[in-house]
Design a protein around this ligand. Sequence first.
Ligand code: FES
Length: 82
Amino acid sequence: MTTAHGVCRVRLVPDGPLLVRGASFITDDEGIDHEVDRPVVAVCVCGLTQSAPWCDGTHKAPAIAARARQRTKVAEAEAVGQ
Ligand code: FES
C-alpha cells in the first residue's frame, strides 16, 4: 500500500496488535479517521483496549493471552484441515 508518506506496512503480531508503519490515518469500525502522528502505531485487534483504536496492552492479560493462543491453534488446525 502506498500513502502520501511512502509505503505503508502492516504486521500482525502473534497474540497482539497490528503494527502499522507509514500510515496517515487509521479508520475505525465506525468509519472515524484517527490521525497518526508517529512512524509506527499499534492497532488493537482484540477489542479490549480502553483507548481504541490503539492497543493499550490489555491483550497481554494472562487469560486473554491464553484465549488468543487457543484461537491461533484452532485457526492453524483448520488451515491444514485437521
Ligand atoms: S491488541 Fe492490544 S489491547 Fe487489543
